[in-house]
Design a protein around this ligand. Sequence first.
Ligand code: GDP
Ligand code: MG
Length: 598
Amino acid sequence: EKLTNIRNFSIIAHIDHGKSTLADRFLLHTKTIEERTFHDQVLDAMDLERERGITIKSHPVRMHYDADDGRTYVFNLIDTPGHVDFSYEVSRSLAACEGAILLIDAAQGVQAQTLANANLALHQKLTIIPVINKIDLPAADVDMCLEQVEELLAIPRDEVLKVSAKSGMGVKELLEAVVARVPPPETDPAQPLQALVFDSVYDVYRGVVSFVRVVNGSVKVGESIRFFNTDLTTEVKEVGYFSPGMKPSASLLQGEVGYIITTIKTPGDIHVGDTITGYLRACKQPLAGFQHVRPMVFSGIYPIDTADYEALKANIAKLRLNDSAFVAQPESSIALGAGFRCGFLGLLHMEIVQERLRREYNMELLLTYPSVIYHVFMRDGSMKEVDNPLHMPDPSHISHVEEPMIKSQIIAPATYLGAIMNLVMDKRGICLKTDNVDHIHVMITARLPLHEIVLDFYDKLKTVTRGYGSMDYEPDGYETSPTVKLEILVNSEPVDAFASIVHADRAVYRARMICERLREAIPPQMFKVAIQGAVGGRIIAREDVRQLRKNVLAKCYGGDITRKRKLLDKQKEGKKRMKEVGNVNIPPEAFVAVLRAS
Ligand code: GDP
Ligand code: MG
């Protein structure tokens, strides 16, 4: 059975090409929100999103569209993030849709993420509506975009719509195209309830809110439902849809997108990708879940104030509910105390998680040097996966190490080709081929170590291409690489939090940098303290902390007793905040200085 009045679709694009602005325009056009309550990017609810101007989470929203054929359609629009690290969010959203609007910035043209997102949509067999946005810009080059769409996406140019999300030009035609081109959802009336959980958030007052796409059947308040994969039974307390805020309704019907709140309060009990079915009438099979995402980058997260540990633990659990690609396991460090070893999809993902913990939960954190998953081959023939320098085996037992590689697609104006090739080489990569995108742009396919991407490749690419280069990447096997564990010793004792896994050629440079930063950040000590960098027991860098000559009280000349006490108290307080390593008090600032990126 076809649900002819419903259209479920997403907007996909490279970052900044105008997804959120177009979503805003749709909301205004369909009067889902009123002009006077409107502010830009209403769907980007998190402060962080508005500040960085990127969409991190997808927000589904329901609209009523009065079409030219005289009928009113229900549109469920799912806004998606555009950044390379978040393609798992995009594919999750796409699983709830039948169609996708593929937006292309008229001045920028097709970028690496445009291609990657288009491929995700094609893979899920969605109908794609190609749209060129920002045609109001003086720099708009619609012909270039049409040429690229034909060349790279093999879409005929007469299928492409042209709009300005900002001015509203062409938006009405686009809404009509959604009605005409996106297929209505299909459902099987003989089936019991089957709803796909494509996202979830934790709400302090209501507990876990699941975002669902109802594929078959319906769900009402008061009913008992079952989560298929976790086999948890619960009662429905509220259902509704987003308009754009949460609007409760009596039920959610087949083909619809909305939310379900149950009696479940524990974030970990609900898994994104699970199928919700009826308790009395259950489905036999779950819906096809999502491709399981595996974190590729790892780092330790520690509270600067050890008293924050319990709060950090609770907040990490809440964040994980909202972000299934983020994993965390308790870990403890001699220098930093109790914390978590966390896994992320990429560097931006790591930064965002860190920012969200800092900002939404207001806590100061330390992150250790990022690592990828190394394959460590032992002399006895076995292989270990290592993503943490603490677990790196003794070098005398290692035969060789392999590191993960990625295949990257970089799109940029041809004038930057030389600079990009140099950058790829500098980052230990090789260029596999270059293709023409149109008469100005080229697409470079390169193979690089993932670790370099995690460090700063993306920032460097933006710099050498003056912002015109874009990239996307996918895992591409492993490669043998001279990889070592770099240890930092303070007063001859290794500080676990400062250890890192690095390429042998970079070890000396990194060791010197850390030693210098530590020398600057550690206050003068009563005795001479050496800070050393070592690989496999061999010292490769050294700095000395200044020695303290005068006693703090010396300048008081034994006089004013209250002043003396104050000084002593101050010193005590300072001590409390410090971590002691090898008889040396290291202030939190030193950890921050050493562990800051780059
Ligand atoms: P997103 O990252 O794809 O969600 O992009 P946004 O919707 O946040 O838009 C990125 C920037 O492009 C913002 O500064 C928008 O104001 C601007 N923008 C979006 N659509 C248009 C348009 O049609 N014309 C112009 N001139 N600017 C636009
Ligand atoms: Mg956005």
